[in-house]
Design a protein around this ligand. Sequence first.
Ligand code: GDP
Length: 472
Amino acid sequence: MGIGDLADGVTRGVEGIGDALSETLFEPVIRLGVTGLSRAGKTVFITSLVANLLDRGRMPQLIGARDGTILSAYLRPQPDNTVPRFDYETHLAALTGDVPHWPESTRAVSQLRLSFKVQPGGLLGAVAGPRKIHLDIVDYPGEWLLDLGLLDKTYVQWSAEVLTRIAPRAAAAPFRAALGQVDPAALFDEPVAKSLAAAFTDYLHAARNEGFYDCTPGRFLLPGEMAGSPVLTFAPLPATDRALRGSLWREMERRFEAYKSEVVKPFFRTHFARIDRQVVLVDALGAIHSGPQAVEDLRRAMTDILAAFRPGRNAFLSRILLGKRVERILFAATKADHLHHAQHPQLTAIMEALLRDAKDRADYAGAKTAAMSIAALRATVEETIQHEGRTLDCVRGTLLETGKQAALYPGALPTDPARILSPARAGGAAWLDADYQIMHFAPARLSLKPGEGPPHIRLDKAAEFLIGDRLR
Ligand code: GDP
């Protein structure tokens, strides 16, 4: 290394310290967590949110954008060197290219920093001049959040709960059959462990596709670079009092404990504990379409998710949070462009009822919460058609499967959310008095005017709730 390199290293080091200091002292950072179960719409949400924060022409409900207190916004290198960057440019190119398509979904945690120059209002603002605020957006799978529940459980408890829960489910039949072939007290054998873990993972995928949300351990579904490692090669086993050291049962127990301490805890420590504001995206329309069981399952998942944000719920969490808490949580029903706006209040009412219920059950007193219906990227236009003497409020778009145009009437959501929530709680197999359709639309081809982000529904209102107070 030459003197030049050394000097360079020293100056850069000093600059680095300067940067860090000025950032913490004068440039506040908001960490916004974006989560939701797989396919809930996280990737599309972040991409469209960032595009619409950079070009704020379609964000009138974000007060800082409307009043002009946000002077500028720009992307900056993120401070966390080892966390993958959210691939904003590639995702935006997918959505806004000549042949628009949906981007690749979230598979693991990623991050993006957006910085704002804000001119605060009032006398103080005029004297102090513009200031910088950084928004670190942290994208992570909701499945990982549900893993928090595992920390309180021993392997015996977890196994018993899972085996009871999956007993009536057809999707679990192959796993149960595989389980029937093994003796938990037998000497540990890696191929046996591997095939049991594979059968259990297949079950989790099948359950997830059927609309069930209780699909933990979360990394079994989204393993990332841990695929095939011992921490992901275990499965629930019935309790046995014959399990000696070296048995299948003991090794599975050891791996379950390793999953808790080497996978779940580090995620909460490194990412979750630093979040200030959180949006939980929910594919409520997808759940309603899947039927009452999926809605009931969604309600339970929302309760579990909300419980993770309740300080004091879990000794480990209280220790790492050190009294810090998430200040605002938004539960947003995504893909509202599948509904004519006349039905948005009904969808929002269902979300609000689910949230209220989750809050009651989580015995919750903490952050400010809200429920909304949004579409991060509007893929449809509204249309009213006459059908068999009835007037139907539809949406029209390009079908993903065939590329053909189609109008969708998803069914009339009830004005009283209890009509959805009560049958769900009663465990009905299908809706009695209605049928809810869903179609998959491709993103529409866009021609954006300068200063405009992609079209959306209520993304500005969501942004105002989440970060608006800090941007004016
Ligand atoms: P993730 O797994 O949570 O990251 O989910 P994605 O953001 O990849 O979204 C999953 C799928 O949901 C997409 O591929 C789209 O088909 C659909 N989707 C997401 N957001 C919207 C939206 O605002 N409108 C419509 N029509 N579909 C959406």
